[in-house]
Design a protein around this ligand. Structure first.
Ligand code: NAP
Length: 332
C-alpha cells in the first residue's frame, strides 16, 4: 500500500509510524507530512529515512491510504484533496466524526457501520476506551445510563503540551513562575476540570465529544450519558471512573465472564494493584479494574478503565481501521 501520514512528527503520528512498522502493515511507499516548521526533518521508518514534506493539493496522488493526525484545520483543508486523489482517508481530527455520511469507527466495536465511505473517522481518545468497555458491558444487559469522569494525560493535547508539563514541573520545583500556553492554569501538580472550550450550558467541548461520539459509535442515540473531563499532570494514558446503570438485573459473575472474554480488554479481576490496571503505557489493551456493584441504583456497576491514549486511543485505532478496509476491499 502507498501510504501518507499527515502529522508524522506529532505525538499520534510518531506512534502510528511505529505501529505501521511493528504490525507489518504492507507499506510499499510512505510519505510523511508536517507543518512548514518541520521541512527538512527526517523520520526513521523500517530501516529507511523519510524526508518530511509540506502539504499541497497533489500531495496524495498515488496514495492508497492517507492518515490524518495533525489538526482540525489541516483536515478541513486537505482531506478533500486526499479523497479526490482516490485514497482511503482515516481522519483522527474531530472534523468528520459527527458527519452523518461518515462512519465513526472503532473496529472492535462497530466495524459493521462502515458504509464504504472513502473517509473514515477515528474518535476522540477518551471515547475509544469508553466504547470498548461499554460495548462489552452491553453484552450482559442493555445499558440505561452512564456517568464517566476522565482523568486525561497531557499527551492528549500533543507533544508541546507534554513539554509544558515537564517544564512546568521544573519551574514549580525551582519556585519560578510557570509558563502556560496549552492549559488554562499551570498543569504541574494540578488537576484542571476544563478540556477545550465551554458551551452556553457549561459543558466543555471534550465532554460533548465523548457524549456525542459514544452514542454514535454504540448506535444508541438516546443513551443517558454524562461526562466530566479533567486534565491531570501525567504524560501518558487516560483513566476513567465509570458508573453505569443496566436496564435490568445482572450478576457480577456475568460481568467478569463477559469482560474476560472481550477482545481488546484486559480484566483485572482482583482488587490488588496489578501492572496495567493503574498504568498502561505502550500497551494495546483497554484495562478494566476496580469492578464493583453500585448499590446506589437498582442495577449499577462501577469500574476503573485505563488505556494508552496515543496508542489505543488514536494510532492503533487508525491502523485497525486501515486493516479493516484492507480485509474488506483492496484499494484500487
Ligand atoms: N493526542 C491524542 O491522544 C489524540 C487522540 C485522538 C485524536 N487525536 C488527534 O490527532 C491529531 C494530532 O494530535 P497530536 O496529539 O499528535 O498533536 P501534536 O503532537 O501537536 O502533533 C501535531 C502534528 O500536526 C502537524 N501539523 C501542524 N500544523 C500542520 C500543518 N499546517 N500542516 C501539516 N502538518 C501540521 C505537526 O507538525 P510540526 O511537528 O511541524 O508542528 C505535528 O506533526 C489531532 O487532530 C488530535 O485531535 C489526538
Amino acid at each position: 500500500m502507498n501510504c501518507a501520514v499527515v502529522g508524522a512528527t506529532g505525538a499520534v503520528g510518531r506512534e502510528l509510524l511505529g505501529l505501521l512498522e511493528s504490525r507489518a502493515f504492507p507499506v510499499a511507499m510512505l510519505r510523511c507530512f508536517a507543518s512548514p516548521r518541520s521541512i527538512g526533518r527526517k523520520v526513521p521508518f523500517a530501516g529507511r529515512v523519510i524526508d518530511v514534506q509540506a502539504l499541497h493539493e497533489h500531495a496524495f496522488d498515488g496514495c492508497d491510504f492517507v492518515f490524518f493526525d495533525a489538526s482540525d484545520a489541516v483536515s478541513k483543508e486537505f482531506v478533500p484533496f486526499a479523497v479526490r486523489s482516490g485514497a482511503w482517508v482515516i481522519d483522527n481530527s474531530s472534523v468528520y466524526r459527527l458527519d452523518p455520511q461518515v462512519p465513526l469507527i472503532v473496529p472492535d466495536v462497530n466495524a459493521a457501520m462502515w458504509n464504504n465511505s472513502r473517509i473514515l473517522a477515528g474518535p476522540n481518545c477518551t471515547t475509544v476506551q469508553l466504547v470498548v468497555f461499554l460495548a462489552a458491558c452491553a453484552k450482559v444487559a442493555p445499558l440505561k445510563r452512564v456517568v464517566v469522569a476522565s482523568y486525561q494525560s497531557t499527551s492528549g493535547a500533543g507533544l508541546l503540551a507534554m513539554d509544558e508539563l515537564r517544564a512546568g514541573t521544573v519551574d514549580f520545583l525551582e519556585s519560578k513562575p510557570e509558563c502556560r500556553s496549552f492549559f488554562p492554569e499551570p498543569i504541574a501538580f494540578n488537576c484542571i476540570p476544563q478540556i477545550g472550550s465551554f458551551d452556553a450550558e457549561g459543558w466543555t467541548s471534550e465532554e460533548t465529544k465523548v457524549m456525542m461520539e459514544t452514542r454514535k459509535i454504540l448506535g444508541h442515540e438516546d443513551l443517558g450519558l454524562v461526562a466530566t473531563a479533567v486534565r491531570v499532570p501525567t504524560l501518558h494514558c487516560h483513566a476513567q471512573s465509570v458508573f453505569l446503570e443496566y436496564s435490568h438485573d445482572f450478576t457480577m459473575e456475568q460481568v467478569h465472564t463477559t469482560l474476560a472474554d472481550a477482545p481488546g480488554i484486559q480484566l483485572h479481576a482482583t482488587y490488588a494493584c496489578s501492572r496495567g490496571q493503574y498504568a498502561a503505557t505502550g500497551g494495546d489493551d483497554v484495562h478494566v479494574g476496580r469492578l464493583r456493584r453500585d448499590r446506589s441504583v437498582p442495577f449499577g456497576l462501577a469500574a476503573w478503565v485505563v488505556s494508552d491514549n496515543l496508542r489505543r486511543g488514536a494510532a492503533l485505532n487508525a491502523l485497525h481501521i486501515a486493516e479493516m478496509v484492507c480485509r474488506g476491499i483492496a484499494p484500487s
